[in-house]
Design a protein around this ligand. Sequence first.
Ligand code: DHB
Ligand code: FE
Length: 281
Amino acid sequence: MAHVSASVYTSHVPAIGAALDLGKTGEPYWQKVFGGYEFSKKWIKQHTPDVIFLVYNDHATAFSLEIIPTFAIGTAAEFAVADEGWGPRPVPKVVGHPELASHIAQSVIQDDFDLTIVNKMDVDHGLTVPLSLLFGQPEAWPCRIIPFAVNVVQYPPPSGQRCWQLGHAIRRAIESYDEDLDVQVWGTGGMSHQLQGPRAGLINTEFDKAFLDRLIADPAALAKMPHIDYVREAGSEGIELVMWLIARGAMSDAPPEVVHRFYHVPASNTAVGHLILENRR
Ligand code: DHB
Ligand code: FE
């Protein structure tokens, strides 16, 4: 059967993608950011999964404001890299896993979570920047990727509790797939940042560090935090952090092994957080 081996959490700041694509990773400003991913790049080489179930948010790229699914699972064979205004990032196309994605859709929907099924979708920096941070700039991504888009852009976002429970349903779905696949679940976005309005530029290091602690050690209690606390404490775009609870909810109930932890301010307008958690075998 398939199993979840690990979860990875990371910010998706678009300027990180631009720094990579434009060869700026050696600049002192960016070295401090990329330094936090050196370990992760080695780790992923030794722990390349068969499939990444990648929880991210679309930034009005694939979905305009005309149709806004709360949870959308990508069931296509491949996903093109979106043009976000400066041309598509020069990164490989994303190859999906339609069989596993369809199985997860079937299992999770029958488990009472009403997903939107998406058979054609372009993917933006929310998905490509986390891949670049871990895999660098390969000719092709080294595994299959199932995109799972969550609405955290247009009010109302899903609650942390809903995301946490959905993570459990995703775990049950993966563990009932009849092929021995190593699956990682990634939670992306965050940490604290606000890009708009009078509080633009907001960063809350104390909140972020406590969030990392609680995500590791007491995710069930963290899941009860209402969305308004995210917005007040971590900024309007800090709400992206609810997506980390989906990945955390897909982990085993036993305490995970913390393989890597990194936190840095700033990257563009955002506090960068990054965790790798392994399930104990
Ligand atoms: C920035 C961060 C984001 O999460 C995003 O989607 C766009 C911009 C930033 O820090 O500039
Ligand atoms: Fe974002």
